[in-house]
Design a protein around this ligand. Structure first.
Ligand code: NCD
Length: 321
């Protein structure tokens, strides 16, 4: 690629990405387009190093496999390097250090910070403290905007468009941060939303209102078979066990839905099944071999999409503001 960057010419340089609402529709479109161009670089068949000499801190205070490793892969494919906190128990936070002190210090060690933390609002707090751009990789039951970017990329790759798609969001819509960010973005792009969840795990009202404000068609369909029948996308989520205030409440809903070949028997031939992963029994392994399974492609697209975002945020000049 030489000196020419595949990053879009946009105003993301030095910006924080904490909520999906921090990005305009045009900015999301540009990231998705740049993400498509990044695929051969993510696969390693082309090489570009726009992040050479840059360091990205991975501050992960909650378990992660895909998000952290795809971010690390993205940084390294772009020629940058990472410093990583992968386990809160191995940091001075165990000694009582505050999140803001930890972030303050990290912002002196790195050119950007990717943070995942169990508390909603923690990424916004980190962005206020950090002199360097902060990317939210999941804040409690809050937001997960970079997951949304790769989710949109997966749907766009499959269908060529997002407008008019009928997308079923299935599972834990109450505590699931991936669907909190995704529902907003889908509404922004004119998709129709079908909400399917156990009654106690519905999408919070305060997140529904903005969807209606955007003019989205949002319906609630508790019956999975009926929801799947005319869907283009079935986005399955894990019940977020760790966010339940009460174990007894979790037990009431545990295992209450499962997608298998029989559920998909009457689906549209082009239906894609997505899942941010990890799955914990919501999708039977037999689905993997069907043409509906899109979750491993989705997990791969994390790399080019995060490359596009990092390139856009960290291109020269690298300071915030
Ligand atoms: C999700 C998360 O952490 O919110 N995982 C991910 O980032 N791919 C979904 C989940 O943990 O259920």
């Amino acid at each position: 690629m030489g000196g020419a960057s595949v990053a879009p010419r946009m105003s993301l340089r030095g910006r924080d990405v904490i909520s999906i609402r921090d990005l305009s529709r045009e900015e999301i479109e540009e990231i998705l387009a740049a993400g498509r161009r990044m695929i051969p670089y993510a696969e390693g068949s082309k090489v570009s190093r726009p992040l050479a000499d840059q360091i990205v801190a991975m501050a992960f205070f909650e378990p992660s496999t895909r998000t952290r490793l795809s971010f690390e892969s993205a940084v390294q494919r772009l020629g940058g390097s990472c410093i990583t906190i992968a386990d809160m128990s191995a940091t001075s936070m165990r000694k009582g250090e505050s999140l803001s002190d930890t972030i303050h210090m990290l912002s002196g060690y790195a050119d950007a910070i990717v943070i995942r933390h169990p508390n909603e609002g923690s990424a916004r707090l980190a962005a206020r403290v950090s002199a360097k751009p902060v990317l939210n990789a999941g804040d409690g039951a809050g937001q997960h905007p970079t997951q949304t970017l790769l989710d949109l990329a997966t749907m766009q790759e499959a269908f060529g468009t997002l407008a008019g798609l009928r997308v079923v969001l299935l599972g834990d819509l109450r505590f699931g941060r991936t669907v909190h960010s995704l529902a907003y973005a889908l509404a922004l792009f004119g998709a129709d939303l079908v909400l399917t969840s156990p009654p106690t795990l519905g999408l919070p009202e305060e997140l529904k209102a903005p969807l209606e404000h955007l003019g989205a068609k949002v319906t609630t369909e508790p019956d999975i078979a009926r929801a799947v029948a005319d869907a283009d996308v079935l986005y399955v989520t894990r019940i977020q066990k760790e966010r339940f205030p009460d174990e007894a409440e979790y037990r009431k809903v545990a295992g209450s839905y499962r997608i298998d070949a029989s559920v998909l028997a009457h689906a549209k031939p082009r239906l894609i099944v997505m899942h941010p992963l990890p799955r914990a029994g919501e999708i039977a392994a037999e689905v993997d071999a069907t043409p509906h399974a899109a979750y491993f492609r989705q997990a791969f697209l994390a790399v080019p999409v995060r490359m596009a975002l990092l390139d856009a945020v960290l291109g020269e000049p690298k300071r915030k503001g």
